[in-house]
Design a protein around this ligand. Structure first.
Ligand code: HEC
Ligand code: HEC
Ligand code: HEC
Ligand code: HEC
Ligand code: HEC
Length: 480
């Protein structure tokens, strides 16, 4: 019985082997074995690193499978040609050569496959860990697709997370997200190669890993508690760039007590769900609060009924809904100049430097290169023409201010990626973008209208001073 089976298989296999013994099919066999061996070598290495490596991703999920299937297709194509040739020449073997070591054809084929596999293994092992290690790094993530990632990389370097690897937030630990990111990474690399990626890169990131698994490995809601005093310096657009200060006491909250900004949205047992009406989540017609002993649904009172009916995407609020720019924190011109003046990079002794700086930053430049050349030149020219004396006495300060302005421009605006001032809304706050006021606008109310999401100016912060020249509170605290 067994003997019978074996010979059946041989009967069926031997014409196949005979037909496949041709250059095209053999090339197919080489491709299939090579792709398999390389895949087997790269897969564990890819899985071991904690990093999204677009090159490994694309090799594992695009190139190698491509070769594999191309090889697989070549085998029957070669066999078909051979069959046709035999038919045309009328040369049809009466019996097919047997499959055993005695048959030279079979021996040659088997040795060929074994040989090819060894050569592939030797080649594959050349892919060293060193190369992969390099590709794990922030430099690689931020710089390989230089132009594509430049905006995110530039803002990242200027952020509190500039020492936190990209992968810590974008992938986190564990194999399943690793594979997911590889798959999407491969798609992204393909888009870069085909040059059909979106500019600017859209935000929010689709399928970003939940903050629970990433941010909370370093920050966890129970940890914050204390209120935080924020002093925000501002400079007016008058000749002396007169300084004022805004002082806020932020009700950070959270911790074991709950309450405050963190506790109320993310405390134990609290879930805030919301339904945005746009992809960028900037308009939120409905939000639902579920907390210990409390449940409420708030809808925007001015929203049209059909809009409310068509709300599809539901999102559970997490860190990213407020801190959507924890590290790619793009600035706006006014705030960026205020910061530079406060830190002394731009001298406040330069007349109208705030006003003129804003004008220069808001002008259009074709490229970052052009901005780097024209911005310092415009500032110098302005002082030469309008304030010749200042221009002579404070040449160094003007040059420094010019460099500072061009640095501000070049870390926030990227013409090649169509990223300009305000392209990426920041949800933390409400002065520049809707932010907290997407829900907290006093216009989101329960069905009976009895309660609304508060806009009271002293719930999220205590406004200790708003643009005061000499805030009393800072004098009392002896910090000015
Ligand atoms: C502290 C965490 C963190 C780190 C570190 C980090 N990112 Fe991000 N990244 C985010 C968040 C949060 C978003 C926006 C998510 C959202 O709104 O959906 C984002 C968005 C992006 C986007 C989409 C476009 C955009 O600006 O919204 C790109 C591209 C990106 N990051 C690349 C990088 C690169 C490259 C690095 C390393 C140089 C990096 N990220 C490091 C948290 C991080
Ligand atoms: C690998 C650790 C790590 C991860 C992951 C991480 N952070 Fe941070 N975060 C830090 C460090 C370090 C600082 C700087 C602390 C300091 O300046 O005292 C920081 C600072 C911050 C700050 C305070 C910034 C300020 O102005 O003081 C915020 C807000 C923040 N992180 C939010 C996030 C969010 C949101 C995520 C997830 C997208 C995240 N972090 C992921 C380590 C991390
Ligand atoms: C409802 C919006 C909101 C959510 C949700 C939220 N935060 Fe915050 N967070 C804030 C605000 C507002 C501040 C204060 C910012 C400031 O000082 O200007 C803050 C401050 C912080 C700080 C700095 C605290 C300090 O004392 O310096 C960290 C770190 C932080 N958040 C991390 C997180 C993490 C991690 C999560 C998710 C577990 C989270 N936040 C969720 C709004 C939020
Ligand atoms: C997606 C909608 C949404 C956004 C965005 C949002 N919140 Fe809230 N917030 C709520 C809801 C819902 C409540 C709870 C209302 C209730 O008590 O039923 C709430 C309550 C609060 C409270 C407590 C109010 C009170 O009466 O004690 C504070 C403080 C707060 N939010 C701060 C913020 C800050 C700061 C931001 C922006 C960084 C923000 N929220 C953004 C939905 C939101
Ligand atoms: C739902 C919470 C919330 C409410 C309500 C709220 N704010 Fe704010 N506000 C914030 C947050 C968060 C920030 C700052 C964020 C940052 O820059 O880190 C802020 C910042 C500010 C600033 C400083 C902005 C700057 O950069 O100069 C001013 C001024 C301010 N708020 C005024 C108000 C006034 C006036 C009201 C009442 C109409 C109000 N806020 C209501 C959350 C709130």
């Amino acid at each position: 019985m067994q003997q019978n089976n074996k010979s059946n298989v041989r009967e069926w296999l031997s014409p196949l082997l005979y037909l496949c013994n041709n250059p095209i099919s053999l090339a197919g066999v080489v491709l299939v074995t090579a792709a398999t061996v390389f895949w087997l070598y790269m897969f564990p290495t890819g899985m071991a690193g904690e990093t999204p490596n677009p090159y490994i991703g694309i090799a594992l999920y695009v190139i190698l499978p491509g070769f594999f299937f191309a090889g697989l297709a070549l085998i029957p194509i070669g066999a078909w040609f051979r069959k046709r040739r035999d038919r045309l020449s009328g040369r049809k073997p009466g019996s097919y050569p047997p499959i055993n070591w005695g048959n030279a054809d079979f021996r040659r084929l088997a040795l060929f496959i074994i040989g090819a596999t060894f050569v592939n293994m030797a080649l594959a092992s050349v892919f060293s860990y060193d190369a992969i290690d390099y590709m794990d790094s922030v430099t690689f993530c931020g710089k390989t697709c230089h132009q594509v990632m430049e905006p995110e990389y530039a803002a990242y370097q200027n952020s509190p997370h500039s020492r936190v690897g990209c992968v810590k937030c974008h992938i986190g630990s564990g194999a399943s997200w690793f594979v997911k990111s590889k798959l999407s990474g491969a798609g992204q690399v393909l888009a870069v190669i085909l040059n059909n990626y979106e500019r600017p890169i859209p935000t929010p990131v689709r399928n970003l890993r939940p903050a629970r698994d990433t941010c909370e490995t370093c920050h966890w809601p129970e940890k914050f508690e204390e209120d935080r005093l924020r002093v925000i310096p501002k400079f007016a657009d008058d000749e002396t760039n007169s300084e004022s200060k805004t002082v806020l006491l932020m009700m950070i909250g959270g911790g074991s007590r709950g309450g405050g900004i963190h506790g109320v949205h993310m405390g134990p047992g609290v879930t805030v769900r919301y339904w945005p009406s746009d992809e960028s989540r900037q308009t939120i017609p409905r939000v639902e609060y579920t907390g210990p002993g409390k449940h409420a649904v708030y809808t925007a009172t001015d929203a049209k009924p059909e809009l409310l009916r068509n709300l599809k995407t539901e999102r559970v609020m997490d860190c990213m809904d407020c801190h959507n720019r924890p590290t790619h924190t793009f600035e706006l011109p006014a705030a960026a100049i205020d910061k530079a003046i406060a830190s002394g990079q731009i001298s406040s002794a330069l007349p109208f430097v705030k006003k003129k700086g804003m004008e220069i930053l808001k002008a259009t430049y074709a490229s970052n290169q052009e901005a780097a050349e024209r911005i310092p030149a415009s500032l110098e020219q302005y002082y030469r023409q309008s304030y010749p004396a200042v221009s002579q006495q404070r040449g160094k300060e003007i040059a420094r201010a010019g460099r500072s302005l061009s640095a501000i421009f070049n870390r926030n605006v990227f013409p090649a990626m169509k990223v300009t001032w305000g392209s990426y809304p920041n949800n933390l706050g409400h002065t520049d973008f809707p932010g907290c006021f997407r829900c907290h606008d006093d216009n989101h109310a329960t069905a009976d209208g009895s309660k609304s999401v508060t806009q009271d100016c002293n719930t999220c912060h205590k406004l200790l001073a708003v643009e005061e020249v000499k805030p009393k509170i800072l004098t009392e605290l002896s910090v000015q």
